[in-house]
Design a protein around this ligand. Structure first.
Ligand SMILES: [Zn+2]
Length: 277
């Protein structure tokens, strides 16, 4: 068994062949967590988790990029649902469902912010993030964070650390698609964070140092499908079955067996998301 802790196979991009995609994952022993990016996609994730109760779990959250207009121009071709307003009450209602194992993806994304509107966007993102942190804590569910700093910086991770220092929580904290430096990695490890890695580690060498530095009991695997497929599928639409390639790469890099990588990262996922199979 191997756990894809962050995927979006509930997105409309899979409408034509979703059951086949899930069948291919089942065939290679891949279980998955479908991650919401707004209320509408969170609802779709829960629906799919109910359809496949032994293979799929869901999260409910509001992605920081969905707070900003520009995202929708960039992402039209991805066929994500139309824009909605951030409404924590609505998210809270959805998140009560027993198939929901985490709140997110939520957090701070400074990567696309331009100077002119930066201050307003940062403020909006911090507010929406804080509300979702409170929601996770009140429901006792893990916090799945999308954190993306400005190019060449750790700023969004530093701000995240500060927010959580001011409002400490007891639920597990997960850095999805982790891209931080070794310096901030040390701080995040100290603060108890978990880290997920996906297809990008198979074709970029930027991650090698931290992938060897972080203890395996803090690492989980993800695909973030449909985005960033691993080698040898790079450039194609991603899917959960491809997580095997990412696991293989991590095993090679750390000098461990793929069985050991699959076993420990799955064990972490079951513990963090309180899933019993
Ligand atoms: Zn995602």
């Amino acid at each position: 068994m191997i756990f894809d802790t962050h995927t979006h196979v509930h997105f409309p991009l899979y409408d034509k062949d979703r059951d086949d995609v899930i069948k291919r994952a089942q065939k290679v022993g891949v279980k998955m967590i479908c991650v919401g990016t707004q209320a509408a996609t969170s609802k779709l994730a829960i629906g799919l988790a109910k359809k496949y109760p032994n293979d799929i779990w869901a999260t409910v959250g509001f992605h920081p990029n969905h707070l900003s207009e520009n995202w929708y121009h960039d992402r039209k071709e991805q066929k994500e649902p139309v824009r909605e307003k951030f409404d924590v009450k609505k998210l809270g209602e959805l998140a009560k469902d027993s198939k929901v194992v985490a709140i997110g993806e939520c957090g701070l994304d400074y990567y696309r912010l331009t100077d002119a509107s930066r201050e307003d966007h940062v403020k909006n993102q911090k507010e929406a993030f804080s509300e979702q942190i409170k929601l996770a804590e009140s429901l006792g569910k893990a916090l799945m964070m999308h954190t993306r700093p400005s190019a060449g910086s750790d700023d969004a991770y530093e701000d995240t650390l500060e927010i959580l220092r001011e409002n400490p929580i007891s639920v597990p904290k997960i850095n999805h698609f982790y891209v931080g430096s070794l310096t901030v990695t040390k701080k995040l490890l100290e603060a108890g964070f978990y880290f997920t890695f996906g297809g990008v580690i198979t074709f970029s060498r930027d991650y090698d140092t931290i992938l060897n530095y972080i203890p395996l009991d803090r690492i989980m695997l993800e695909t973030d499908a449909p985005y960033v497929a691993p080698e040898p599928h790079r450039g194609k639409r991603n899917e959960p079955a491809y997580i095997i390639e990412t696991a293989k790469h991590l095993a090679e890099l750390r000098g461990e067996s793929i069985e050991k990588i699959a076993e420990q990262t799955t064990k972490n996922a079951l513990q963090v998301f309180k899933i019993t199979i």
